[in-house]
Design a binder for this molecule. Structure first.
Ligand code: ADE
Length: 388
């Protein structure tokens, strides 16, 4: 890739592109960068680059002519190299907001030219004549477009093959998949009384990946609800796997089934199990129906529905039966049982991002009117699912 920066401060831009990771990559010819002085293309004696704005007002406006001539020279050089016509971007506070999606799009051009404005702006006619697009790096005004062009250059060049030491690097990090990055830790294991999350020391990569994914979704949902919303939208809707022959969901009626459900929820036979059983029985008296899922003989999942209120609760899958779509199937099953309700609802812990993600993909949305502190109320708002 070739990148050109058209600016009144080429040395400043060049220094940045020669330092650190980009500097090393530039030396290895992993990309080509050229910074052009607008002043070199002026045609007046004073080498003046700007003038007062027509119609009055404060500040100065950059002339169209030197920028146009400089851009023509860049186009000529690209042609000479047998490159594609450069994609020309004007950096202005009035441009389209910049993000990683735009960075990835710009990274796909063989030649990219960034034009930096200064003072009050650039004569609009040169933007009309040469600009493929205008980009703003944020809702604030800079004294010039140099920092903005370097932000764009940096985020685009690091995506070029070989620039980052580990190719995999950028695929995992923030915004690549629309999520904020999970927290990172390095030595020592305990720093000023703060320990590294134990899961990271287990060496179990499945567990570590699951933890990182969960933290990433949780952070995004809490810190950047806009990104989280977009991520949910762009991620596959939940697919409901087919029920296997050996698989069924049965209404819990007998004592033995209540025992099995309580044991499933608590994973044991003791006091906790007895309390869980009491709780299920009390709910049944209040109008709840519970369904036990089993594969062959062994119960491995549970769900409860309340026909009176349209609530779904106690959706639970035994740990060794997870990741097989059983939770999805049981939720779909519960929704069908509650088909008389317009919008069945459920309560979920705010920290349970895997469940929240599943519920969203199944068509549940957070209920804005229900603030339950640690818990989130989600309502079913229509079909988002498809059959596998
Ligand atoms: N020039 C001045 N402010 C700018 C901004 N926010 N983004 C891009 N270029 C600019």
């Amino acid at each position: 890739m070739r990148i050109d920066i058209v600016t009144l401060f080429p040395e400043l831009c060049d220094t940045f592109l020669s330092a650190s990771i980009l500097g090393r990559a530039r030396e290895k010819n992993l990309f080509e960068a050229h910074c052009h002085q607008i002043r070199d293309y002026t045609k007046n004696k004073q080498r003046q680059t700007d003038d007062y704005p027509y119609g009055g007002g404060c500040g100065m406006v950059l002339y169209a002519q030197p920028i146009a001539d400089c851009l023509r020279e860049v186009q000529r050089q690209c042609e000479e190299q047998g490159r594609a016509r450069p994609h020309i971007v004007f950096m202005t506070a009035a441009g389209q907001p910049y993000n990683e999606t735009t960075a990835r799009r710009l990274a796909s051009y063989d030649s990219l030219t960034l034009v930096c404005g200064h003072y009050e702006g650039i004569d609009e006619r040169v933007i009309e004549a040469f600009g493929d697009e205008e980009i703003s790096i944020g809702d604030y005004v800079l004294t010039g477009g140099e920092l903005a062009s370097l932000v764009v250059a940096d985020s685009v060049l690091r995506l070029q093959p070989g620039v980052l030491a580990e190719e995999k690097g950028y695929e995992e990090e923030s915004y690549w998949d629309g999520l904020i990055e999970y927290p990172q830790y390095t030595r020592p294991e305990v720093w000023e009384g703060r320990a590294v999350p134990p899961v990271l020391l287990t060496g179990d990569h499945n567990k570590i990946d699951a933890w990182r994914g969960q933290r990433s979704r949780e952070r995004t949902r809490l810190r950047r609800p806009d990104l989280y919303e977009a991520w949910c939208e762009s991620h596959p809707i939940a697919r409901i796997p087919r029920w296997k022959r050996s698989e069924r969901a049965q209404l819990i009626r007998t004592d033995a089934q209540f025992d099995a459900a309580a044991a499933l929820l608590t994973g044991e036979q003791g006091e906790e199990c007895a309390a869980a059983r009491e709780n299920l029985m009390a709910k049944r008296s209040a109008g709840w129906a519970f369904y036990l899922h089993s594969m062959g003989e062994t119960p491995d999942a549970l769900v409860g529905v309340c026909h009176k209120t349209g609530e779904i609760a106690q959706l639970f899958v035994k740990s060794d039966a997870r990741e097989q779509g059983i939770g999805t199937k049981m939720l779909d099953f519960a929704l069908k049982k509650l088909s008389e309700h317009g919008s069945p609802w459920l309560n979920v812990e705010n920290s349970n991002t895997a469940a929240i993600g599943l519920f969203r993909r199944m068509g549940f949305v957070p209920d804005a009117n229900e603030d339950k502190g640690e818990n989130l109320v989600m309502r079913y708002c229509g079909k988002k699912t498809e059959k596998l």
